[in-house]
Design a protein around this ligand. Structure first.
Ligand code: ATP
Ligand code: ATP
Ligand code: MG
Ligand code: MG
Ligand code: MG
Ligand code: MG
Length: 270
């Protein structure tokens, strides 16, 4: 009787606002490292691309996909990751604050938890933070365009950063001089500088830098040997059994063209 009764304070719950996401829309959560310009300097990230940092980001994103429900695909580059929840997801009644806070806090705690596995002798000097935002996309085309936008951003930034850091590290320009040199240049000009001055063909740069990282679910067939005892026999026998598991797999491929979506139609299927 007593436990059923509501306290006189209960009314404050009504001040909470309904933030449930519109039905049938893709729910995208994008997070981004807070002030990673400084964080990357203080932790001596290799410029322009530190593999340890990129792999740690991807480990955290894999953890998010495995721990939380209904994530169909994720895409990451630099200090950001986007997570796409299935449009039919009923997780937490589609409450935006639940999606965003669970993604960001799981990611941030993973970043600290797994730090030492990737950075070895580089100590973590202070607790990093991440911001989060949520965006709804009502059509498959909108969602594909969103992911294309992030991958195009990756390409533009990486081309710029690759030339910028070559000018600084190899030609000894100051950051301001390198910035001035690149002012107003187009993609073709940057490719030309890389080729003529540094003998670098941009297209041969690692795919992870140029395309970012796509995380998808894939079925993996695991063959293991198991010891079983048949009823009519006395001794144990070793048999091979195949177990199908779904794993989060990283890819560094183009997602702007149609090929990726034709190869993995199940991502958008539901
Ligand atoms: P904000 O808090 O507004 O996001 P920010 O300093 O994090 O500020 P971003 O636009 O998010 O600004 O840029 C992230 C910066 O982090 C990049 O400019 C780059 O210098 C650095 N960075 C992130 N990942 C790496 C990496 N793997 N290797 C080297 N540098 C990186
Ligand atoms: P949800 O994900 O829905 O929040 P939950 O298991 O976290 O699920 P809560 O209603 O938040 O459920 O309850 C938190 C539980 O954590 C408590 O029921 C209690 O068992 C445990 N807990 C939290 N703090 C302490 C503490 N300081 N000492 C012992 N138990 C604790
Ligand atoms: Mg920013
Ligand atoms: Mg940032
Ligand atoms: Mg960023
Ligand atoms: Mg709780």
């Amino acid at each position: 009787r007593l436990s059923m009764a509501k306290s006189k304070f209960e009314y404050v719950r009504d001040f909470e606002t309904d933030d449930s996401c519109l039905p049938n829309c893709w729910i995208v959560v994008r997070l981004d490292g807070r002030n990673f310009h400084r964080f990357s300097e203080q932790h001596e990230f290799k410029k322009p691309n530190d593999d340890r940092a990129l792999h740690l980001m991807t480990k955290c994103a894999q953890t998010v996909m495995q721990e939380l429900e209904d994530i169909a695909i994720a895409y990451g580059q630099s200090d950001e990751y986007s997570f796409v929840f299935k449009k039919k997801s009923r997780w937490f009644k589609r409450r935006a604050s639940k999606f965003m806070t669970h993604v960001v806090s799981q990611f941030a705690s993973s970043y600290v938890f797994y730090w030492k596995d990737y950075f070895k002798d580089q100590q973590l000097l202070y607790p990093p933070g991440f911001d989060g935002r949520i965006v709804l996309y009502p059509s498959n085309q909108n969602l594909k365009d969103y992911l294309s936008w992030r991958q195009a951003d990756c390409h533009i930034n990486n081309l710029y950063n690759t030339v910028f850091w070559m000018l600084v590290q190899r030609s000894g320009l100051t950051p301001v001089q390198a910035q001035d040199r690149l002012q107003g240049t187009l993609a073709g000009d940057k490719n030309e500088i890389l080729f003529s001055e540094f003998n670098i063909n941009y297209n041969n740069e690692p795919l992870m830098y140029r395309k970012g990282t796509v995380l998808i679910w894939q079925k993996i067939n695991e063959v293991m040997t198991k010891k079983i005892k048949l009823p009519e026999e006395t001794e144990e026998k070793e048999v091979e059994v195949t177990r199908t598991r779904t794993k989060v797999v990283p890819l560094h491929c183009d997602i702007i063209g149609d090929q990726f979506w034709e190869e993995y139609p199940e991502i958008l299927a539901e």
